[in-house]
Design a protein around this ligand. Structure first.
Ligand code: SDX
Length: 427
């Protein structure tokens, strides 16, 4: 028998249905709350509010569990390729060999970007942040594919999905090449997804570039770990923008902008800058922990804490292990890795962090690996966006397939009561 939630307002009882998800999560369905009571709910930051029912990703914040379409992140990170995981997220099942070959072929044959996009790109200053460039150019893609506007056709959408998956890495590397004063590289369709990205990033026209399989494998794992994370800030942005029937490029561009924030995907850049500051300051990790505990300092321990995980972020565990393995294999000795470990150990023994259940999150160690792969700090959040793209696409597609209504939250007005207009000459 389905459960009922009862609310008593001004002495009157109201009942609302309780729904239960496939992992026994429960929610009070308040779709009729305002109609029945005249009241709305208020939940700043949506800490207690579910925006949708989704079949894509399951998180258990207390147990530190993350699954994509029922498969554990640990299994996928170890055994799958990023494109396999992208297919799984977007289409709901792991691809058969034939489906995978077709999907990979489609992506490989769409990696070229319209040369006129390069003219737009050339207009950016050399020090433009790569996230601003990426968001702008992804939005500009809608101008190059006017059939985007017929966003309900399934086959049209599938082609745009392929275009986004294929062209984001190509566009992402342009900023880096420009910042180095190097010519941009064209994609090489003989390479797999991760190797092609590395080649576009680091190949130079003056010598042959060989992709290091250790680096390519590490990148594959990092992209998988970032691929989706249910209704986080940037994904909710993609869904909200898409709910107005805006095209997929505009929706994804909005998600890239949301991810850029230092409290969200921008944290991976902040973490490395924080660790570098601690190193420059003599490695006094306790000083920075004390600052993070002192509200007046305005300082936060970037890479720590999470809205959902009140246990270790399972991705942080995998990335921490991978950081040791990759740096050892590459023979990289990065002193900030040791500082990160000291900071983690000290914080996890400190009552302030323990009582607030603040643990390392996905951003705490990822930058250390990106740096070992030769990726510059200001490109870290771009790497997050490349990883998160299939998740954003999957969530956008689910929202559209389920014909969800346009998102339009209510508010509680706290401004001035009605007042008469006063003419300018009288003010
Ligand atoms: C991502 O949502 C997702 O799934 C995001 C993500 C994804 O895959 O999409 O997982 C990716 O964004 C990871 C988070 C990256 N951000 C950071 O590392 C920035 C540092 N962390 C925080 O700013 C914070 O922890 C958030 C933003 C991640 C979560 O913030 P909440 O849930 O709104 O928690 P809060 O700010 O209300 O903090 C609760 C308490 C507060 O203290 P009190 O008011 O109880 O005294 O914990 C404190 C906060 O001051 N706190 C921190 C802290 N994080 C929270 N204090 C010091 N350092 C921190 N990092």
């Amino acid at each position: 028998m389905s459960q009922i939630a009862e609310v008593t307002i001004d002495g009157q009882n109201y009942q609302f249905p309780v729904i239960e998800g496939s992992e026994r999560e429960k929610a009070i369905d308040i779709a009729k709350l305002r109609d029945q009571t005249g009241y709305i709910t208020l939940d700043s930051g949506f800490k207690n509010t579910g925006a949708t029912k989704s079949a894509i990703t399951f998180l258990d914040g207390e147990e530190g569990i993350l699954r994509y379409r029922g498969y554990s992140i640990e299994d996928l990170a170890e055994k799958a390729s990023f494109l396999e995981v992208a297919y799984l997220l977007i289409y709901g099942e792991l691809p058969t060999q034939e489906q995978y070959q077709q999907f990979e072929h489609e992506v490989r044959t769409h990696t070229l970007v319209n040369e006129d996009m390069r003219k737009i790109f050339e207009g950016f200053p050399v020090n433009a942040h790569p996230m601003g460039v990426l968001s702008s150019l992804v939005s500009a893609m809608s101008a190059f594919y006017p059939d985007t506007y017929d966003s309900t056709a399934e086959d049209v959408t599938d082609l745009h999905i392929i275009r986004l998956m294929a062209k984001l890495p190509t566009i992402a590397t342009w900023s880096y090449k420009k910042s180095k004063g190097h010519p941009v590289n064209y994609p090489n369709n003989n390479l797999d997804y991760c190797s092609n990205f590395l080649s576009m990033m680091f190949a130079l026209p003056v010598e042959k570039y060989e992709v290091d399989p250790v680096v390519s494998a590490a990148l594959n794992k990092l992209l998988i770990l970032h691929a989706d994370h249910e209704q986080n800030c940037s994904t909710s942005t993609v869904r909200l923008v898409g709910s107005s029937q805006a095209n997929i490029y505009s929706s994804i561009s909005a998600g890239i902008s949301a991810l850029w924030g230092p409290l969200h995907g921008g944290a991976n850049q902040e973490v490395i800058e924080m660790l570098e500051a601690i190193k420059a300051d003599g490695g006094d990790t306790q000083k920075y922990i004390n600052m993070a505990k002192d509200k007046s300092s305005g300082f936060r321990l970037f890479g720590f804490g999470h809205r959902v995980y009140k246990n270790f972020d399972p991705r942080a565990r995998i990335i921490k292990k991978a950081a040791n393995e990759v740096l050892t294999k590459l023979g990289v000795n990065d002193p900030v890795l040791e500082i990160a470990k000291q900071l983690e150990a000290a914080a996890l023994e400190d009552e302030y962090f323990v009582s607030r259940k603040l643990y390392p999150n996905v951003d705490f160690y990822s930058g250390i690996i990106y740096r070992a792969l030769g990726i510059p700090t200001n490109m870290f959040t771009v790497m997050f966006a490349i990883g998160r793209l299939p998740g954003w696409i999957a969530q956008w597609k689910e929202m559209r397939t389920n014909k969800e209504p346009i998102g339009r939250p209510r508010q509680v007005y706290v401004g001035p009561a009605q007042r008469d207009f006063v003419a300018l000459e009288s003010r």
